[in-house]
Design a protein around this ligand. Sequence first.
Ligand code: UDP
Ligand code: MG
Length: 332
Amino acid sequence: MTFDYNAPSPMRQKPPRLALVMPCYNEEEILESTISHVTNFYTECMNEKLISTDSYLLLVDDGSKDKTWEIIYNQSQTSSLNIIGLKLSRNKGHQTALLAGLEAANNYDVIVSMDADLQDDIQTIKEMVSCWKNGFDVVYGVRGDRTSDTFFKRETAHFFYRLMLFMGVNLISNHADFRMMDKRALDALLEYPERNLFLRGLVPLIGFQSTTVKYARLERTAGETKYPISRMLSLAVEGITSFSVTPLRFISLSGLIISLFSFLMIPYALFGKINGHTVPGWASVTIAIFFMGGVQMLSLGIIGEYIGKIYLETKRRPRYHIEKYTTLDRFL
Ligand code: UDP
Ligand code: MG
């Protein structure tokens, strides 16, 4: 008898317990409408027997300064939807807030992460669940149509993916943090202890059966982006320096090229000396000093970036602290 390893497991035939994890930072303008959308969506899915009735929405308040926590708390008490909220002790950034939510959600069958502004089409989750039923452990949401993003955002994102690829980092193109993982994939992800978090780079490293589903990215309906250009840049630096040592190799390579070039300068200098043209060399010497100074400072900066990473990792500080939950029973 042959065993078909790819056949959907019988375990995956009954509707899974779904946890939808959303990090929220100053989202008071949009949160109530998000919750009502999720409520409708969950009701629809439960009626279609796509997800189990004890599925949850998990909201992580990333140290917001507005009424986000009040909304989360009130909704968790009054909404017909099962909501658990947890509040981080301070703002830790999107990636860490998401991780906090994922860690709290690791006893569900399938866990979907998505942004609180619902820019990623929530209906895609149905497709993700059916991929899971067909045996996939990780399903990446991929933005097929980004026309709703600004030209600037689209182009910088495109440049970023190309740059990462060039640096040898394996990323799913046009995938941000809208993805589904099942319990064992999430357990594997949670074994990665790093403090410098770049989740979309880590998830492909865990392996397992994975696939992608396409969706059109929508516009943010209220509030504004919490990812200004400075945060986007630091996410890009984080992604590159956490996953690739190519910049260090560039330093060695440029060092090699400059050394070779300076060997060529030796006969030139000697020739000038012999012919008595020593004074006119001022410009070339000045240029060389400035150029070398620049290259060295930049190289030190890049190496420093890596040393900084090691420094932060060796401290092994906790990644976040949870200030409070909306419920006493944290792991409903
Ligand atoms: N976010 C967060 N902490 C932060 C910044 C953002 O939890 O410090 C959340 C935010 O509430 C949202 C998600 O991360 O749910 C993505 O942010 P946003 O929609 O502003 O980013 P964009 O879609 O513009 O890239
Ligand atoms: Mg958004």
